[in-house]
Design a protein around this ligand. Structure first.
Ligand SMILES: [Ca+2]
Ligand SMILES: [Ca+2]
Ligand SMILES: [Ca+2]
Ligand SMILES: [Ca+2]
Length: 354
């Protein structure tokens, strides 16, 4: 499973590089030649996209009262409409203000969310309908969700029919910003027909500029430079370890910029989250972490241990009330402030002690 994902990611990186190389090497040599259009400047595009996004929010409203009703709601209940217009095309007031609310008010248009991506400051918006009662995913984790993607004109371009498992690293950058701000479901029940009903899950709508979407690359029915909106329900999450080195991928973002592709300790061109030997000393990263085993006898009322900050679950089994927990932990054996698995001249293999 991990291998398949790894392959997909490597293919993705490779095809992006090819695409960029193609753009830069294509020069116009005569009047009849086919000329590829270079990518637009990201900062200029964001100015235009943000303007369109704000105009959209100022001219559209949603059915707020529906979500004030108790109980779980779904994305199918979210209705977003454009303000009515008079015969000359001028916008009229929002109908039924007791039950509806302008999106500009609902998302607090003067306080957009911000992030930096590819060196550019981006603004985007989130309509939070329910935060969720579970846990927040990390930005590179796997998630189980329902979603519907739609253009500002209301046309749907993509949607899940039933809950779908997704790797946030394989999606557009906007999702890695928005989804970790919501929580998974508080719980779920399995129905007799095999379906699952989730309760108190994250529910919202994200409004993204093209730079946090597919940007210059058309995808399916999505043209280049399209602002994209998504309604979504967040049900479950699972910590992702793309290279299977025992370290969750979110912990391999050494510079904390939420871009895993620019962390490459040994400089071999393979980013740490895809590199099973991060410092290139030929000792696998997972073998440069120390190993702990905890036996918890719940029959004696024993409690499970709280893991240290740099300690991660390796396995967990339970037999007759006895829980066996195995973990891996970062170690800095020479005390110089650099972890063993990131320091090339330290080659202690802790797997040999088992
Ligand atoms: Ca590397
Ligand atoms: Ca790694
Ligand atoms: Ca190593
Ligand atoms: Ca060290």
């Amino acid at each position: 499973m991990n291998k398949i994902k790894l392959m997909k990611l490597k293919t993705y990186v490779f095809s992006t590089l090819c695409f960029l190389a193609l753009l830069s090497s294509c020069k116009k040599d005569d009047d009849n030649s086919f000329e590829l259009v270079p990518e637009r400047d990201r900062t200029e595009q964001q100015l235009a996209d943000f303007d369109s996004l704000q105009n959209y929010l100022k001219t559209h409203y949603y059915n707020r009262a529906t979500f004030a009703e108790p109980g779980d709601h779904s994305i199918s209940e979210i209705i977003i409409k454009e303000l009515p217009k008079d015969d000359s095309g001028n916008y009229l007031d929002m109908p039924d203000p007791d039950n509806n609310q302008m999106l500009s008010v609902a998302v607090d248009i003067d306080n957009p969310k911000t992030t930096k991506f590819q060196g550019v400051e981006y603004q985007f918006y989130i309509l939070e309908l329910n935060e969720g009662g579970g846990v927040n995913p990390n930005f590179p984790d796997n998630v189980r969700m329902n979603y519907e993607g739609f253009f500002p004109n209301g046309t749907t371009f993509d949607s899940s029919v039933t809950p779908i498992n997704l790797d946030l690293m394989e999606l557009i950058p906007g999702w890695r910003e928005v989804i970790p701000q919501f929580k998974t479901s508080e719980g779920f029940v399995e129905n007799s027909d095999g379906t699952v009903t989730y309760s108190n899950y994250g529910l919202g709508v994200m409004f993204l500029p093209s730079g946090l979407g597919y940007y210059a690359t058309p995808k399916g029915s999505v043209p280049a430079y399209a602002n994209l909106n998504f309604k979504f329900e967040l049900f479950q999450t699972e910590i992702n370890d793309h290279d299977g080195d025992g370290i969750p991928s979110y912990m391999e973002d050494l510079n904390g910029d939420k871009n895993l592709f620019n962390d490459d300790t040994d400089g071999d061109g393979i980013a740490n989250f895809l590199d099973s030997d991060d410092d290139g000393d030929r000792i696998l990263t997972k073998n440069e972490l120390t190993r702990q085993t905890y036996i918890v006898d719940t029959n004696n009322g024993e409690q499970e241990p709280t893991l240290a900050e740099y300690e991660f679950l390796r396995s967990r089994t339970e037999t007759n009330g006895i829980i066996t927990i195995k973990t891996l932990k970062f170690v800095d054996s020479d005390g110089n402030g650099v972890w063993d698995h990131l320091q090339k001249d330290i080659k202690k293999d802790y797997s040999l002690e088992e």
